[in-house]
Design a binder for this molecule. Structure first.
Ligand code: GAR
Length: 201
């Protein structure tokens, strides 16, 4: 059975595009029913429009409190009746109510090998720590900061001459492989969560 995916993104949307491209290739048994964004200026909106995917704007800037924003986001998400919610460059911490509603059905991509370098500016954190290897992680979302059960990870070497941009670019190439792959595994019902561990069969 084809699954219903909703993507939530705040910015450029290259990960959204990678997911859409994989859906178009027919490698994932799913359809993307909507893009939800918190940012009216996000380039990802143009991408969704040119792929004829409905855009739902829950504009953070127009809400008087974080609670009201979270409520509106939850309502928007529920309306789309998703089997899976994919956070693809969503740059806010997801509220507890939303996380609870979609427990085990919401995944996020993060540009580091978690649990290292959670939170913002993961590539900068990796460079400051001078690690030799970093990468990306796709994980289920729980109410910790980037701490939910890990679905898959891909590695990237850090070069001496790297700056934040070159490193981010190299990680992004791996993100564009990892995220569609994790979505495919979910949509093929091949993932089971056992405590912290995600088993893949
Ligand atoms: C990606 O590198 C993603 O991993 C990161 O933002 C970028 C979005 O790029 N997400 C986070 O840092 C979430 N905390 P994109 O808009 O081109 O997909």
């Amino acid at each position: 059975m084809e699954k219903r995916i909703v993507v939530v993104a705040s910015g450029r949307g290259s990960n959204f595009q990678a997911v859409i491209n994989a859906l178009k290739r027919g490698t994932i048994p799913a359809i993307c029913v909507a893009l939800i964004t918190d940012n009216s200026k996000a380039y990802v909106i143009e991408r969704a429009k040119s792929e004829c995917i409905p855009v739902i704007l829950v504009d953070y800037a127009t809400f008087s409190s974080r609670e009201l924003y979270e409520q509106a986001l939850l309502t928007a998400l529920k309306k789309t009746q998703p089997d899976l919610v994919v956070l693809a460059g969503y740059m806010r911490i997801m509220g507890r109510g939303v996380v609870k509603e979609f427990s085990g059905r919401m995944m996020n991509i993060h540009p580091a090998l978690l649990p290292s370098f959670a939170g913002l500016h993961a590539q900068r954190q990796a460079l400051l720590h001078a690690v030799k290897v970093t990468g990306c992680t796709v994980h289920f979302v729980d109410d910790s900061l980037d701490g939910g059960p890990i679905i898959l990870q891909r590695c990237v070497r850090v070069m001496d001459e790297d700056d934040e941009d070159t490193l981010a670019e190299r990680i992004l190439i791996q993100e564009h492989i990892a995220l569609p792959e994790a979505i495919r595994l979910f949509c093929e019902d091949r993932l089971t969560i056992e405590g912290r561990k995600v088993r893949t069969r």
